[in-house]
Design a protein around this ligand. Structure first.
Ligand SMILES: [Zn+2]
Length: 367
């Protein structure tokens, strides 16, 4: 059995292999000291026919439904069942087990359902979208962006300001699909799916990256960004007035508010239009989608949501066009009791609900 991370989005440290029990841990890499984060993704080869348990020597590593599992880095399912194991000191940590099929030579496991640039390229090919280059990343990679529709009015969709936050990209993809299938008349949709593109490719955590992460790279005092993509987005937003900007994120690992879809208010003054959108959004949620209750929206200034944080949303909101803009947080797993399960289908349905709400909201505000 071989375990590696030498693929797009890979992240793992193998601590020990003891028969069919493997101890692994995520790599923090350049995460600022004092922050624990939880993203991992690894590949197992040569385990066909075996049942293997993978355990982590730390809490907050495995979600409610076990690991996300895939044989092609594209289609992800849950292994089912987070399990606990007891360390020598009596502490309970998390693990999952997997029985490899007799023909399963190469299997990927991850903290959550990974969304790679390959998947986005496939999405674009299927929809006949031309991928443009936003800029070169700090590591010299071509950062993709796409435009859909034509018009004077402009909506910006983005995800992966924090590179591990893949549920945001699944939802964003579904929103984009809806806007391709039924275009918004008079609008151009501009999409930057991987803001921390290097982090997505390399499999970093991205959150609390040292010295600051991509969603803290929009200084309110106007000083330059340190990441090329953030600088390019600022330049774009300055040159092209936006009507809306939506930034799709995932929250922390799980528990409490992190199990629920929520929208943090960037400023209290944004409450009137955000409240109205949230009301419409909640009314559009279908039974096949991830649940959304607007009372879970997160107040400006509460806890981590400091109004002085130099986020992308605060940057665009402060442009002269004062676009309707917010961050949408989509959980990695759902509710522990199983009443909400995040997977490819529920994320897709959820994105369709978001797009339906957006259509109604724009119609209403244009009246
Ligand atoms: Zn985030």
């Amino acid at each position: 059995m071989k375990i590696d991370r030498d693929f797009v989005s890979g992240n793992i440290e193998v601590l020990n292999i003891n028969g069919d029990v493997v101890t692994v841990e995520r790599e923090l890499r350049d995460t600022q000291e004092g922050y624990d984060w939880f993203y991992w993704a690894f590949r197992v080869t040569g385990a066909a026919g075996k049942t293997v348990t993978f355990q982590f020597p730390h809490k907050n590593r495995v979600g409610y439904w076990g690991a996300a599992v895939s044989t092609d880095l594209y289609s992800w399912e849950w292994t089912g069942g987070r399990k606990l194991w007891t360390a020598e000191d009596g502490t309970h940590y998390e693990s999952f087990s997997y029985t490899f099929g007799p023909e399963e030579q190469e299997v990927y496991f991850a903290h959550s359902m990974v969304y790679t640039p390959d998947r986005f390229e496939g999405f674009c090919a299927k929809n006949g979208l031309k991928i443009e280059e936003l800029c070169l990343s700090n590591k010299g990679r071509s950062v993709p962006m796409v435009r859909v529709g034509a018009g004077e009015k402009r909506i910006l969709l983005s995800s992966r300001h924090h590179c591990c936050e893949s549920t945001g990209t699944y939802v964003m993809e579904s929103v984009l699909q809806s806007l391709i299938d039924a275009p918004l008349e008079g609008y151009e949709i501009v999409c930057v799916p991987f803001v921390d593109y290097d982090g997505v490719v390399d499999g970093d955590q991205g959150k609390h990256r040292d010295p600051h992460d991509h969603n803290r790279d929009y200084p309110l005092d106007g000083s330059p960004s340190i990441y090329n993509t953030c600088a390019a987005i600022r330049k774009f937003a300055d040159a092209h007035p936006l009507v809306c900007a939506f930034d799709f994120h995932s929250p922390k690992h799980c528990g409490d508010i992190n199990d629920k879809v929520h929208i943090p208010y960037s400023y209290e003054s944004e409450a009137p239009r955000l409240d109205r959108f949230s009301e419409i959004f909640q009314s559009k949620i279908t039974p096949d989608a991830i649940a959304y209750d607007r009372t879970n929206n997160w107040p400006a200034g509460l806890g981590w949501n400091k109004t002085t944080n130099a986020t992308f949303i605060r940057y665009v909101i402060n442009r002269p066009s004062h676009p309707f803009s917010f961050t949408l947080e989509t959980p990695y797993f759902g509710e522990a009791d199983g009443s909400v399960v995040v997977n490819r289908n529920t994320m897709y349905a959820f994105g369709q609900c978001f797009a339906a709400a957006l259509r109604d909201f724009l119609k209403e505000t244009e009246r």
